[in-house]
Design a protein around this ligand. Structure first.
Ligand code: AMP
Ligand code: ZN
Length: 139
């Protein structure tokens, strides 16, 4: 359940300090120590889970509910124009701390953060293969 060498487990257990904005028995929210915007917040399950797809539906519900409350608080208290909810899964996706977390990042018009995605087109054949694989897995 808990991972001895995990900084977010240490924060959950009170071993490492953090600026906790909220906590209850299963989830917590604290300020990111290295923010990309004022109020950049992390929303984290206390249980050591690495990736989003490992969440059970109860904890997913609790975690997304807190994420939504944090977003509302940022909108109303910081008067930001919008926000991003980001969840990096795996080092290929930029995950550095291997304990699941949602970033909630306040956004202001013209702030220039998180530049636009580079889009591209792939072949109809590849698209169709991918469509078949994923839809089969989901059915
Ligand atoms: P990620 O790249 O999605 O794994 O992001 C990890 C985030 O955790 C980064 O934004 C770090 O700034 C943040 N972080 C790392 N250590 C701490 C800490 N002790 N307290 C608060 N935030 C942290
Ligand atoms: Zn952990």
């Amino acid at each position: 359940m808990e991972n001895n060498s995990c900084i977010f487990c240490d924060i959950a257990n009170g071993v490492l300090p953090s600026e906790k904005l909220y906590e209850d028995a299963s989830v917590m929210a604290f300020l990111d120590i290295n923010p990309i915007a004022d109020g950049h917040t992390l929303v984290v399950p206390k249980k050591h889970i690495v990736s989003f797809h490992e969440l059970d539906s109860n904890l997913a519900c609790t975690l997304t509910s807190l994420t939504s409350k944090v977003a509302e608080a940022l909108l109303s208290e910081l008067n930001c124009d919008g926000y991003n909810v980001l969840c990096n899964n795996g080092s290929a996706a930029g995950q550095v701390v291997s304990h699941l977390h949602f970033h909630v990042i306040p956004r202001f018009l013209g702030d220039g953060l998180l530049d636009k995605w580079q889009t591209y087109e792939y072949s109809e054949q590849r698209r169709s293969e991918i469509f078949d694989k994923i839809s089969k897995r989901l059915s």
